[in-house]
Design a protein around this ligand. Structure first.
Ligand code: ADP
Ligand code: LRH
Length: 466
């Protein structure tokens, strides 16, 4: 009988249920369900609709049942840094505010009063991003101290969904490191740091590694979806899963996990937390088997997503790429990592204003706007490649681009030109694949990550651009 494994991968822009199974020695994927994810405004804050997302998780499970494809195991990954605080009855305290919300404004100073940036980076290896969980928790402490008083558990978003499915609360390592509260050396919660910040240490429960069994479905979930299933922890941070599925045959490679964010970096068994890496804002996120993802967050295709939404989705992403290509010689460039692009009221107006302020031609057409973004992204990738090579002292021959953004052919071409590197494109569903690989390693389909990566290499077509 065919054995299926189910990855539920929820990015900031969309989620999907992907079944994986072995077929003639190749990993085969079937997307059974896809749904949108959007930020919502709640009590004047940008929030996630967790209820709606959980309903979508259940909807996709029901489709597996309808198709009579009952997975042996399943696991959920999502974007990082966001979390819930649960009270004694397992209920969420307050709204689930999203990382793009402005509640963290000024929280870096509050944290900075208690611990220096250098010290924080040394302890955690995590880059300073104003939306890191540490700053979000500081905002909760300032604005809603009662939530922290009442909280019994701290869970990251995928942990919370696993809890709703199984009734078990289980914090996963790769995503926990993005809180900036995990110690780089001990690879466990940094309780001293929590004391320093006056965060209640008892809400941060034991951290578990990918491949841990969370449990089986609760009775009410079995009744609703029509089957039981074992929940196995993948790398619950989507980027952690994506990097697992990079089909490189070489030890040293640069990846670009391209989606709402562009995450560019390397995988390493040792962290990079020198003054140089701190100055250039490289992070060391925790990975499978305690690997590190030393990478940089670049604003990414969020900017294109915003424009598409503003245009009421009149253009597809392919069309936006095509229009950008037609406006290829439009000369203006943006600092894509500028704060102003994190959550603007109007991305179109913000880009126009940025060009005006920097005395550059103001984009007028959709093509000019998109060209401006794609060119600026490609240029920032090139700068990052140089920084990575300086950081590691290694010259890399190629870059692997994975994720939904690897569909953007025009951006891939610009990246090849700007970096002068060989570009390997795909797989598009790297995150879901990485999620599946861990479940399949747990079930002994693969005996190691090397084995699993090799299977990805043979199973999916990888396009090469020179
Ligand atoms: P996330 O997981 O962060 O939600 P994805 O990895 O699904 O994001 O990538 C979504 C992005 O990929 C879109 O915002 C879009 O810019 C880009 N994209 C997807 N399909 C295409 C396409 N056919 N052409 C160009 N860009 C695309
Ligand atoms: C990408 C991602 C990224 C984080 C950001 C919050 O989806 O997980 O790795 O930095 O979202």
């Amino acid at each position: 009988m065919q054995k299926y494994y189910l990855a539920i991968d929820i990015g900031a822009s969309s989620g999907r249920h992907v079944l994986g199974y072995m077929n003639n020695g190749k990993l085969t994927l079937e997307e059974v369900y896809r749904f949108e994810n959007n930020l919502i405004k709640q009590n004047k804050h940008l929030c996630w609709d967790l209820k709606g997302l959980f309903q979508e998780i259940v909807n996709g499970l029901k489709i597996c049942k309808k198709q009579n494809r009952i997975p042996t195991s399943m696991g959920i990954d999502t974007w990082a840094v966001d979390f819930v605080l649960l009270d004694k009855d397992g209920q969420i305290l307050g709204d689930t505010v999203a990382y793009r919300d402005s509640r963290t404004n000024g929280m870096d100073r509050k944290v900075g009063d208690l611990i220096s940036l250098e010290s924080l980076y040394q302890r955690t290896g995590i880059q300073k991003l104003n939306f890191n969980t540490i700053y979000q928790l500081m905002a909760v402490k300032q604005n809603h101290p009662k939530y922290l008083d009442k909280a019994k558990d701290f869970l990251m978003i995928p942990d919370y969904f696993h809890y709703l499915l199984t009734g078990n609360k289980c914090v996963e390592y790769t995503n926990a490191t993005t809180t900036q509260l995990v110690n780089l050396k001990t690879k466990d919660w940094d309780y001293e740091l929590m004391d320093l910040l006056e965060f209640p240490r008892d809400i941060f429960k034991a951290i578990h590694m990918p491949m841990t069994v969370v449990g089986s479905f609760r009775k009410d979930i079995i009744d609703e979806v029509g089957f039981d299933c074992q929940v196995v922890l993948p790398a619950t941070h989507d980027t952690g899963s994506a990097v697992l599925a990079v089909p490189s045959k070489q030890e040293d490679f640069i990846y670009l996990s391209s989606g709402t964010w562009s995450l560019m970096g390397i995988e390493s068994m040792k962290p990079y937390n020198s003054a140089y890496s701190m100055e250039h804002n490289f992070t060391n996120e925790g990975g499978f088997e305690y690997r590190y993802r030393c990478l940089k967050n670049i604003m990414g295709l969020w900017m294109v997503q915003c424009i598409r939404r503003e245009l009421k989705s009149k253009c597809t992403y392919e069309e936006l790429c095509q229009l950008a290509k037609e406006a290829d010689d439009f000369p203006s460039r943006l600092d894509v990592n500028a704060e102003v692009f994190l959550a603007p009221e109007s991305m179109i107006q913000e880009i126009k204003y940025y060009c005006k302020k920097t005395n550059q031609p103001i984009p007028v057409t959709i093509g000019e706007l998109a060209a401006c973004i794609y060119h600026s992204l490609a240029e920032s990738y090139a700068v990052t490649v140089n920084e990575i090579e300086r950081l590691t002292g290694i010259t890399y021959s190629g870059i692997h681009i994975v994720g939904g953004g690897s569909n953007a052919g025009y951006l891939n071409e610009l990246t090849a030109k700007a970096t002068g590197k060989e570009i390997y494109i795909g797989p598009v569903e790297a995150t879901a694949i990485g999620n599946l690989l861990v479940q399949m390693m747990k079930d002994n389909v693969f005996c190691s990550l090397k084995d699993a990566r090799e299977c990805v290499y043979h199973s999916f077509e990888i396009q090469k651009l020179i």
